[in-house]
Structures are given as structure tokens and as C-alpha cells.
Ligand binder design. Structure first.
Ligand code: MEV
Length: 317
């Protein structure tokens, strides 16, 4: 029997990078993600439709599929299964773009594989197993991406703690734009972490400020105070850019969104390429999206909040 699982990608609204060093981060699920189909099989086999790659336990595996193979092995071991599994991945998230593609794949893989073999895992167990593949991909992840992919919604997250769901007064729309440039999260995290060695005291103060500003951003988002939220986003972009994880293109995209009338804009995720998010005033998302598209951006609107991982039996939905 085939089981399907769909897990969302994410945006980080505030606190990326600082979260790896103990800060809070505010993050949210988006309407793009990974769809994984799984069934019991005589061995482990993985097919990635979007990457055009496949791997089976018996052949030399392509490098991009190694984290998924590890995730499946760990999931089977955790549930005490001797059978293998055949897993087919489809994702509409661009890879290495800051939208949490690897986490969405990992979470959907764990959820679909365990269900296909008749085991129901808790969200906490799914997060723990998906973190195995995140560590293969990113080295030292905070876990924020995996937690959003599993729990969905808007979460306030601190490394090593259960995420707190944030209730919104009203739906909020963000505009996501992709720079078209791929980058490695682990490289950006290492670059950012170098600052800690160079300026330990300044760095510690910035981590504390990031946490405090993230609390303020959370409060503003929950109460639909978009002006305060936008100001905090702008502040984060400025600091992330000064600390070396932005690029000329990302800075231009942020400026472009602010010029078009957004209240705030920043890079989202690891930076060095990837995506920006921008916050329009209520009722202005569509018009700003059109302005940005006319200027050549691939801007798209996401309306928060959205759900986390979903599992079902039978046919793809
Ligand atoms: C990547 O989406 C977010 C970073 O903060 C890394 C992490 O939290 O693991 C850059």
C-alpha cells in the first residue's frame, strides 16, 4: 500500500544564523514543499523526480540522495523494520534557495516511510529522525527548518526546545522572491560563525538582541502590527548584510521591495543567494507583486498561516 506525505518549505522572518548560536527565530510554513510517496519494498530505493536521480541500496548512490538514504535507514531502524522501502520524491521548492527544501524532503520521507510500513510516529519523533539528514546536509543545523516542516504554522523556535505556535489575529501576506542563485547553507553558517571567533563579546550582544527583537517581531506579527514587524525585518537585513551573508543582488532585491512600498524586506535563510521576503501593507500584496514581476523578479505571495506535514494513504492529491 502506498502512503503519501507532504511537508512544507519555510521562510525565516527573523533570527536566521543567530538561531544557531542560541537566539530565538520566528519562522513560518509556506505553500510550496515536498511530496513523498513510499511503499514497503525488498530493499531501499529512492527516486527523486525533480533531480532526475535514483539510488538503490545495491548501487553506488548519487551524492544528493545520500541524506535521504540515511533518513530511510534510520527510520526503518527506529521502527524496528526488516523490510526496505521504495521512496519517490517530488518537490516544488528550488534547492539551496533558503526555503527549506532539504528539511521538507526529510520530514516527508520519514512520515511517508514510517506510515507505509504501518508505524505511526509523533511529530517529535519525525523531527528527530529528519534531523539526521539535516546534519548530513548542513553540518550543524539549529533545527528550525525541520520543525517548521513538521509542525507548520508560524513558530517561535529556540534550538533544543519544542517550538511555540504563534496565533495570528489576521492572515498576513509576505512576498517571496528568488535571486536565482544557489548556495550551500553549511558554508554560509561557517562564514557567519567566524564572527563569533573574531568578536566574541560583540557577537554575544548581537545574539541577545536578535532574541529580543524576535520576541518583539512575534508580538507585532500576532497583533497585525505590520509597521513594527517591517522595521525589525529591515534591521535584521542590515545586520545580516554587514555580517557578510547578503549579496549585492539580495541587497538590491530588498531595496527594490522597499521602493515598491513594502514596510520591510530582508534575506531569508542562510543568504549568499537564495531568497528575500518582503512585507506589504494589508491589501497591497497583489499590486506590489505585479510591480516586482514587471521588473523581472519571480515574486510570489504567501498567505500565513499554513499547515505542517500531512500523511495520507492511496493516491497523490
Ligand atoms: C537556514 O535555513 C537557517 C540558518 O539559521 C541555519 C540553521 O538555523 O540551521 C542559516
Amino acid at each position: 500500500m502506498k502512503f503519501f506525505a507532504r511537508a512544507p518549505g519555510k521562510i525565516i522572518i527573523t533570527g536566521e544564523h543567530f538561531v544557531v548560536h542560541g537566539s530565538l527565530a520566528l519562522a513560518a510554513a509556506i505553500d510550496r514543499g515536498a511530496l513523498v510517496e513510499a511503499e514497503a519494498f525488498e530493499r531501499i530505493e529512492v527516486v527523486s523526480k525533480n533531480l532526475g536521480l535514483s539510488a538503490s541500496g545495491t548501487k553506488k548512490s548519487p551524492r544528493p540522495l545520500k541524506p535521504t538514504l540515511e533518513t530511510i535507514k534510520d527510520t526503518l531502524e527506529f521502527v524496528g523494520e526488516r523490510r526496505g522501502a521504495r521512496v519517490v520524491i517530488n518537490s516544488d521548492l528550488p534547492v539551496s534557495s533558503g526555503l527549506g527544501s532539504s528539511s521538507a524532503v526529510a520530514v516527508a520521507t520519514v512520515a511517508a516511510t514510517s506510515s507505509a510500513l504501518g508505524h505511526k510516529l509523533s511529530l517529535e519523533e519525525i523531527v528527530d529522525l529528519a534531523m539526521v539528514s539535516e546534519k548530513v546536509v548542513h553540518g550543524r543545523p539549529s533545527g528550525v527548518d525541520v520543525n517548521v516542516a513538521a509542525y507548520g504554522g508560524v513558530i517561535l523556535f529556540r534550538m533544543g526546545e519544542r517550538p511555540r505556535q504563534i496565533k495570528l489575529n489576521k492572515n498576513v501576506e509576505f512576498i517571496i522572491s528568488y535571486s536565482g542563485i544557489e548556495r550551500k547553507t553549511s558554508r554560509m553558517v561557517a562564514k557567519f560563525s567566524d564572527m563569533r571567533q573574531m568578536y566574541p563579546n560583540i557577537f554575544a550582544s548581537l545574539v541577545l538582541s536578535s532574541s529580543r527583537l524576535t520576541e518583539m517581531a512575534t508580538d507585532a506579527l500576532a497583533k497585525s502590527d505590520l509597521t513594527t514587524l517591517g522595521t525589525i525585518m529591515n534591521f535584521f537585513h542590515m545586520v545580516l548584510s554587514r555580517l557578510g551573508v547578503s549579496t549585492r543582488k539580495l541587497d538590491d532585491m530588498v531595496e527594490g521591495a522597499l521602493e515598491a512600498g513594502c514596510l520591510g524586506a530582508k534575506l531569508t535563510g542562510a543568504g549568499g543567494g537564495g531568497c528575500t521576503i518582503a512585507l506589504p501593507r494589508y491589501g497591497e500584496a497583489k499590486i506590489i507583486e505585479e510591480v516586482l514581476k514587471k521588473r523581472g523578479s519571480d515574486a510570489s505571495i504567501v498567505r500565513l498561516p499554513l499547515g505542517g506535514v500531512k500523511v495520507w494513504k492511496g493516491e497523490s492529491q
